[in-house]
Ligand binder design. Structure first.
Ligand SMILES: Nc1nc2c(ncn2[C@@H]2O[C@H](COP(=O)(O)OP(=O)(O)O)[C@@H](O)[C@H]2O)c(=O)[nH]1
Ligand SMILES: [Mg+2]
Length: 212
């Protein structure tokens, strides 16, 4: 009798199969019908979000396709699987030093409404640069996720850019802080889009959240 493939293998297959950019939603009215589970990617500008989405999906330009100027303040949707299994949502980056206040305000309203109202949102991934650790803008979105009761993984990016001892220290500091956040998942994932470290684990964590 054939055994069911384990979840890691299922995740690998799913992410190497069809994945399509669906749409950019500038407002909540433009969100697609909530027909499948959704997983959101969040993080400061330049944290490595586009690179991570490309690494996870094993393609070189998927995320950039949705990253044209003017679309950076929109929720970008990707369909995973054909037939459709789940959707990835690339959330607008935050923490631009030069962002005007009304833009920051609009961002907070959009994200807060999205997080509170989106029942199909199964999990968020909050990307944090492994060199810099948690910043107040990250704590802000963690608080919004806690309040909306949306469970999230902290994902350390660019792990290749620091020494393993530094990475271990950063990991520990972030783990301690995450433990104080009710919606933070205990699994924290160090990754590198450059070397592929942690990418298979991230795919598995995503599929686990989708199947939950
Ligand atoms: N060394 C290294 N550089 C990375 C990694 N991920 C992203 N970068 C670089 O960081 C910069 C910002 O990445 P990008 O994916 O555009 O960030 P985004 O603004 O969050 O979408 C780019 O120059 C990337 O090449 C990584 O894992 N390792
Ligand atoms: Mg980007």
């Amino acid at each position: 009798m054939d055994e069911l493939p384990d979840i890691g293998e299922r995740a690998r297959k799913l992410f190497s199969g069809p994945i399509d950019f669906l749409k950019s939603a500038p407002k909540l009215e433009h969100l697609p019908d909530p027909i499948v589970p959704e997983i959101a990617f969040a993080g400061r500008s330049n944290v490595g979000k586009s690179s991570l989405i490309n690494a996870v999906t094993n393609r070189s330009k998927l995320a950039r396709a949705s990253n044209t100027p003017g679309r950076t303040q929109e929720l970008n949707y990707f369909d995973v699987g054909r037939p459709l299994v789940f959707r990835m949502v690339d959330m607008p980056g935050y923490g631009f030093a030069e962002a005007p206040r009304d833009m920051v305000k609009r961002w907070r309203f959009l994200i807060n409404d999205f997080l509170r109202g989106r029942q199909v949102l199964k999990r968020a991934l909050v990307l944090v640069d492994a060199r810099h650790g948690l910043k107040d803008v990250d704590r802000d979105i963690m608080g919004m996720l806690d309040d909306a009761a949306v469970s999230y993984h902290l994902v350390l990016t660019k792990a290749d850019k620091i020494k393993p001892t530094e990475l271990a220290k950063m990991f520990e500091a972030i783990r301690t802080e995450a433990a104080k956040h009710p919606a933070a998942h205990p699994l924290i994932l160090p990754t590198s889009s450059e070397t592929g470290e942690g990418i298979a684990e991230l795919r598995t964590a995503i599929l686990e959240a989708v199947l939950q």
